[in-house]
Write a protein that binds this ligand. Structure first.
Ligand SMILES: [Zn+2]
Length: 59
């Protein structure tokens, strides 16, 4: 499962902005508008497919 997360406040309450302009989203919490990080929280709890290590290094 993939989720979008705000790069400023890390909220996942983001919506597509400007009628679906590619890759642009708006954060409902801090009003950030711009490209969003795609978080794969599901994979973060298991193995990172790119490194083969556990991907739990954030915070
Ligand atoms: Zn935000």
């Amino acid at each position: 499962m993939m989720r979008r997360a705000c790069p400023r406040c890390n909220s996942t309450k983001v919506v597509m902005y400007a009628g679906g302009m590619t890759g642009t989203y708006r954060c409902m919490d801090c009003d950030y508008i711009g490209p969003m990080t795609i978080e794969t929280e599901f994979n973060r709890r298991t193995l990172n497919p790119h490194t083969g290590k556990k991907g739990c290094q954030d915070n």
